[in-house]
Structure formats: structure tokens, C-alpha cells
Design a protein around this ligand. Structure first.
Ligand code: GLY
Length: 253
């Protein structure tokens, strides 16, 4: 059960964020509106939300999930793999100090971004991607063990982060797209396959009684509802232009 979230307002430099999408530049005013609706959705799920000020030094700083891995027992500050994102984690550490006495740190040459970390109960799957390397994953697993958790790695070949392609909904249900639909690591789960033409929408977030889904992906929304969940829709068009999904916009704990 989550009770809190940390988010950061989009900064005016948002349009300079990293992207592989060919969807144009984000509209800043619309991004602000979508972000405010995202915060409202988190609150409707029962979370108390800390909203950090925009940080214009880092165009991608709205995607706070990449800067830390948060658990019930500890927070682990990451070392982002994208050079333009290194440093985002410094203020997140300060924000997390209010809630955690145990804070660990991924150190170079390890790199790790939170988008590559998918928690399934007390196990953490860690994607080895362009942003997260073997050494970053090794350090994370070592920290997790100290607090009674386990971890293992999964190659990420076709998408930005692990959770760009797969999320855990709870109740043994995995929502997966593309390369993760037939992934052997998930053979003991009920894998719900998202259609290729809606693959962006696989990045949903289960929070308490709800699953937040990106607006406009009717087939995925129906799959999630058929699995027994209440859904909340949030417009994500402007963050999608920067390869960002719903999970990327918050740290939930
Ligand atoms: N634009 C989000 C990222 O590439 O990290």
C-alpha cells in the first residue's frame, strides 16, 4: 500500500529533453496541465504528493522515477546513465531525507535509472539497458539484499527502460508489450499482452485500488478493467514526446 509520492513540475526547458520519439516538441502549457492532472490522479488513489519546484538545469527532471529506487525500508539514489541527467539525483536525495533514514547510493562505474527497476512483491527485476549497466544492477541487488529483498536482471533490447515495456499490476498480473510478452522470467505470471499499436500504454501504474492508464488507449484500458481493476485516465501526450510514461513522473512509497 503506497501513501506518498514525490513529483517534480515540468521545467520550461522540457522541450530540450532527450527523445527517440518522432512526435514533435512538447507544448509546455499542455504539459503543465497534464502534470497537474497526474498529481490529482495520485491524490485520488490516496497518496499525499510532494510537488518539487521545476528545475530548469535538467530538461528531463520531471521524470523523477529515474533518480531513485524507493522501498518500504530504504531509498537507493541512482547514478543516471544519460550524461545530461547526471545531477538530477542530488536534490531528490534531499527530498527523500525527510522520509528515509537509510539512503544508499549507486556509484560509478555503475549506472542505473529507476525506469529500469520493476518491483514484484519483494523481488526487483532490473533491466540492463542503454542507461543501466551490469555494475549498477550488481550494486542495487547488493543493497536490496541488505534490506531483505532479492533482485535479478533482464536484458532490455528494444525500448528505453524495462518499464517502457512491462509493468507489474499486482495479484500475479504482468502487463507486457513487445519483447517482454514471451520473456521466460515472467512464465509464472499471468501475462496480459498489450497490442503492438498500443505498446506505449503498457506503462500503467497500479496504486492501491486503481490502475492509472494513459488516455486514449481503449484496448489497453479494457484489458486492465477485464483483469479486475478500476482505471483512471491521464493525458500523457506531451511526456510521450520525450519517451516518458506514467511511472516516470513519480516516486511512490
Ligand atoms: N526523456 C527521458 C529520458 O530519455 O530519460
Amino acid at each position: 500500500m503506497f501513501t506518498r509520492a514525490i513529483v517534480r513540475k515540468p521545467c520550461e526547458n522540457l522541450m530540450e529533453g532527450i527523445t527517440t520519439a518522432d512526435l514533435g516538441k512538447p507544448d509546455y502549457d499542455l504539459a503543465l496541465k497534464q502534470h497537474a492532472n497526474y498529481v490529482k490522479a495520485l491524490e485520488k488513489c490516496g497518496l499525499e504528493v510532494v510537488v518539487l519546484d521545476a528545475d530548469n538545469r535538467y530538461p528531463d527532471s520531471v521524470f523523477v522515477e529515474d533518480t531513485a529506487v524507493v522501498t518500504g525500508h530504504c531509498a537507493i539514489i541512482t547514478n543516471p546513465g544519460a550524461p545530461s541527467r547526471k545531477g538530477e539525483e542530488i536534490e531528490i536525495r534531499e527530498a527523500l531525507k525527510e522520509f528515509y533514514s537509510d539512503i544508499e547510493t549507486i556509484k560509478a562505474p555503475g549506472t542505473l535509472e529507476g525506469g529500469d527497476v520493476m518491483r514484484v512483491e519483494n523481488h526487483f527485476f532490473i533491466g540492463l539497458s542503454k542507461r543501466t549497466n551490469e555494475e549498477g544492477a550488481r550494486q542495487l541487488i547488493q543493497y536490496l539484499k541488505k534490506y531483505g529483498y532479492t533482485g535479478s536482471t533482464i536484458p532490455v533490447r528494444e525500448v528505453l527502460h524495462l518499464k517502457t515495456g512491462v509493468v507489474y499490476l499486482g495479484d500475479n498480473n504482468i502487463l507486457a508489450a513487445g519483447e517482454f510478452i514471451d520473456c521466460p522470467d515472467f512464465e509464472d505470471f499471468n501475462v496480459i499482452a498489450v497490442d503492438d499499436d498500443e505498446s506505449y500504454s503498457v506503462n500503467c501504474i497500479r496504486i492501491n485500488r486503481y490502475v492509472i492508464v494513459p488516455e486514449g488507449f481503449e484496448k489497453t484500458k479494457a484489458l486492465v478493467e477485464r483483469a479486475g481493476y478500476k482505471t483512471l485516465e491521464v493525458g500523457m501526450s506531451e511526456f510521450r514526446k520525450l519517451d516518458g510514461g506514467l511511472t516516470c513522473l513519480s516516486l511512490r512509497f
